[in-house]
Design a protein around this ligand. Sequence first.
Ligand SMILES: [Zn+2]
Length: 152
Amino acid sequence: MDQFMEHTIKLAANNVKEGGQPFGAALIKDGEVIAEGVNQLHVRHDVSGHAEMVAIRQAQKQLQTDDLSDMTMYASGEPCPMCYAAMSYAGIQTTYYAQSAEDAVDAGLGKSKQVALDLQKAPSERSYPMHHMPLTDDSHNPMQMYKKRHNQ
Ligand SMILES: [Zn+2]
C-alpha cells in the first residue's frame, strides 16, 4: 500500500473514532494531496457528504475549475455510484480504493452496493423508478434554448 492510500485509511479510521462512517478520500496531483475528505453523514444532513464528494468539492472550489482530469482519486472504500458519477463528471481518470463494497456490506453499510445493483436493472425494474413526463408545451423548452444558445 502506498503513502496516499495509507493517508486515506487514516482519515477513515479517524472518522470512525469521531463517530462517523469508515470512509476517507484524497485527490492527488503531482505527488501531492490537493484535497481530502471524510464521510460527513454523522455531522450534517447531506446524503452527498461522501468522502470522495467532499474531496471533489474542496478541489474544485480551491482551484476554481470543474476539470480534475489531472488528478488521481484515492478512496479508502470502493466508490459508490454517486461518487463514480461525480468523478466521471470531473474527468478523474484513475481511482484506487482499498476496501470493497462487499467489505462495506459486511460492516453493515450496504446502501452503496444496493444502489449499484439497482442500476444494473432495467429502469422500470429499479427500486426507485423515474417516470417520464414529456413536455406538452414546446414554447418553454430548456434543452432547445440551450442548444440555440451554445451550438450556433
Ligand atoms: Zn459515494
